[in-house]
Design a protein around this ligand. Structure first.
Ligand SMILES: [Zn+2]
Length: 58
């Protein structure tokens, strides 16, 4: 495996890490119950996905 010949300077490491940041998660309203849910995930409130119930909720 290729191994770096030289250590990156503090400045270069900081430049690279300047792009790391925590982003606020995106939410979309559930079409079934209007609760905020993550896109492309089953709704944790009503258990619906793609217009049908896929997991049981109480
Ligand atoms: Zn829902």
């Amino acid at each position: 495996m290729a191994v770096p010949k030289r250590r990156k300077t503090r400045s270069k490491a900081r430049m690279r890490r300047a792009h790391w940041r925590v982003e606020a998660p995106t939410y979309a309203a559930c079409p079934q119950c209007r609760q905020a849910k993550m896109p492309h995930r089953v709704c944790s409130n009503c258990g619906y996905y793609s217009g049908r119930q896929v997991v049981e909720t109480e």
